[in-house]
Design a binder for this molecule. Structure first.
Ligand code: ATP
Ligand code: MG
Length: 431
């Protein structure tokens, strides 16, 4: 036999126990988004390559080296697996003229693709929940989006996620700062590492974000973008901070927070944990007022963020959240042909009444079937043999709580199961 095939490196299967945790997370996320008035949007996973070069920036890490791009074999069109959602979302908003009747709050969730070196918290297919608010210029929406995040951490019971905040100002302010930064770095060219020398004239702001410990002193002494902000940019930044303080949200201003995508201006932020090792940023975003026009639309302000689902779930799990698999309420065992047909009816009748039912398939002795029933975590076994089938009855046996097994008429099955489960819930104080 040949070796079984493997998934692509950095692209993971999410097996049932994990997938159930994901679903639980997604339910919380949907409730949370509804509470802030965000509506869902679903974009294709493949887009024309130029969309990303234009939106994210040609000299960013993502576009330079992380994109899965290929040519459509049939017509030669250049295509890319989306590395993020903002570009697609804005494209969709423009394509469908969605801003014609005012601002929009949108969210999406799904896989993103980046050709990075796989490691803990960094994958080639990973998932994001992203939100975008389009058409709103003020610091209020920036602040609300950040406050939103804090609420989600709270909803999920997550602790130890800190907020870093910065303002990138406007393009003219950045240009002034950039000129001074480049002359400062040129004057210190001997202290730059190879990566930084390469970026010096393409993306010097990113040099400030270096992880190289030998460059920290150099970077600390560099001209700070915040010192180049004009009155309007400062007022916007202060507006965000005031609303965050009102909401009791702690933050640190990090003048070196620049983000890896070119489209940001004014507010940028990251939520970071120290509990996941090197890949500690669980959520990142900010304002990108220039993007709509850059993609050919009538200028419109916008801001949003994306969170990394794998990283958040790793943290959720590390902080003790275990998903308990949803056990069926009833496990139906049966033996003999007449009993099997009766069992199918009983199972469907119970499902009609809203119960989760696992009908045993695959035969086997009653003993082995009862073992399966026990293992399933079901509260009750419904046992059907030839006797029950002939008498149009079902035997019910409690599997986890006290109680005598009892035989009931088929028509009373659902009510009896309901009464039994209700009684136990009551005793457990669950109601
Ligand atoms: P990083 O600095 O970790 O590479 P980034 O700045 O490239 O992050 P964004 O493009 O802002 O990340 O994406 C938002 C979030 O998506 C990140 O904060 C992170 O939680 C998650 N994320 C990004 N890339 C990956 C990846 N390759 N694997 C898993 N999660 C990722
Ligand atoms: Mg990255």
């Amino acid at each position: 036999m040949s070796q079984p095939l493997q998934a692509i490196r950095g692209m993971n299967d999410i097996l049932p126990a994990d997938a159930e945790l994901w679903e639980q997370f997604e339910e919380q996320v949907r409730d949370w988004l509804r509470a802030y008035g965000y509506r869902p949007i679903r974009m294709p996973m493949v887009e024309p390559t130029p969309l990303f070069a234009r939106a994210i920036g040609a000299v960013t890490d993502i576009v330079e080296k992380e994109m899965y791009s290929f040519e459509d074999a049939l017509n030669g069109e250049k295509l890319t697996l989306r590395p993020e959602g903002t570009a697609s979302c804005v494209r969709a908003v423009l394509q469908h003229n969605m801003l014609y009747d005012g601002p929009k709050r949108l969210w999406y969730m799904g896989p993103m693709f980046r050709h990075e070196r796989p490691q803990k918290g960094r994958y080639r297919q990973f998932h994001q929940v992203g939100i975008e608010a389009l058409g709103l210029p003020g610091p209020d929406i920036d602040a609300e989006q950040i406050i939103m995040c804090a609420r989600l951490w709270d909803d999920l019971g997550l602790t130890g996620i800190r907020l870093e905040l910065n303002s990138l100002g406007q393009p003219e302010e950045r240009a002034q700062h950039r000129a001074e930064l480049v002359s400062y770095l040129e004057a210190n060219a001997d202290k730059l590492d190879e990566d930084s020398r390469r970026r010096l004239h393409t993306n010097p702001l990113r040099i400030l974000d270096t992880k190289n410990p030998h460059m920290q002193e150099l970077v600390d002494g560099a001209p700070k973008l915040l010192d180049f902000l004009g009155a309007e940019s400062l007022a916007h930044f202060n507006g965000v901070q005031t609303l965050l303080k009102d909401a009791g949200i702690h933050f640190r201003i990090n003048p070196r927070l620049v983000r890896g995508l070119d489209y940001y201006n004014l507010t940028v932020f990251e939520w970071i944990t120290d509990q996941l090792g090197a890949q500690g940023t669980v959520c990142a975003g900010g304002r990108y007022d220039g993007l709509v026009a850059q993609l050919g639309g009538k200028p419109a302000p916008a801001c949003g963020f994306a969170m990394g689902v794998e990283r958040l779930l790793a943290l959720w799990r590390d902080q003790g959240n275990q998903y308990e698999a949803d056990a069926p309420e009833v496990y139906v065992v049966h033996q003999g042909e007449a009993a099997q047909r009766h069992a199918f009816k009983a199972a469907e009748r119970l499902r009609d009444a809203g119960f989760a039912v696992h009908l045993h398939c695959g035969g086997g002795s009653f003993k082995s079937q009862m073992k399966r029933a026990d293992g399933s975590g079901a509260a009750l076994a419904a046992i059907i043999g030839d006797d029950e089938a002939a008498a149009n009855q079902v035997t019910l046996k409690p599997l986890r709580d006290e109680g005598e097994q009892r035989r009931v008429a088929f028509d009373e099955l659902a009510d009896t199961v309901g009464a039994w489960l209700y009684e136990w819930d009551d005793e457990d104080g669950d109601l």
